[in-house]
Design a protein around this ligand. Sequence first.
Ligand SMILES: Cc1cc2nc3c(=O)[nH]c(=O)nc-3n(C[C@H](O)[C@H](O)[C@H](O)COP(=O)(O)O)c2cc1C
Length: 185
Amino acid sequence: MTKTIGLICGSLRKNSYNRIIAQSLAELDDSYQFRWIEINDLPLFNEDLEISVPETVTSFKSAIQDVEGIIIVSPEYNSGIPGVLKNALDWASRPRESAVLSRKPVGLIGATPGGLGTAFAQLQIKQVLEAMQVHVLPFQKVLISQVHKKIDPDQKVLTDEQTKRYLQKYLNQFIHWIDHIPAID
Ligand SMILES: Cc1cc2nc3c(=O)[nH]c(=O)nc-3n(C[C@H](O)[C@H](O)[C@H](O)COP(=O)(O)O)c2cc1C
């Protein structure tokens, strides 16, 4: 059966480089289905809202449940995780008995016009996901630096062949990971 992979972008910016990279995954390989899981409508996390959970949160959590795995493609802000992404992950972690990301296979990709490819943000995102008992794809990293030189901003497509090859390899490893995540409880 065709696997469906959810794509979460850690940037809300209309012309986000990270969104272009995420979209390019879907264009690289049509053996899988890709589905955007949007985070822009989520309210700021507040435990008071858990008394009557907003519809946007419920749909966000269902969207996570409906896919076999998720790839997060995120920028780095001030050497860390963008607030909007952390907010979304906090919603996904609550309440504990319906923590929809728990045991879910998740991959991490990041792109920046800078030189360090979002390495610091990825460390922080990994730390947060581990706290949520997410099965983050181990060992592999996709750190895309100088991203503005690797895309066509008008067409909003990835043009750099080497980056395409890295992404294809990562995708293959991620699919393998979905099928082989450890059965640890
Ligand atoms: C508040 C803020 C902080 C930033 N901090 C970093 C940073 O620590 N490291 C980095 O590589 N880029 C940093 N940047 C630059 C982003 O990488 C750049 O704006 C990028 O285009 C954002 O991703 P997007 O194109 O997907 O929206 C920062 C940008 C903003 C707005």
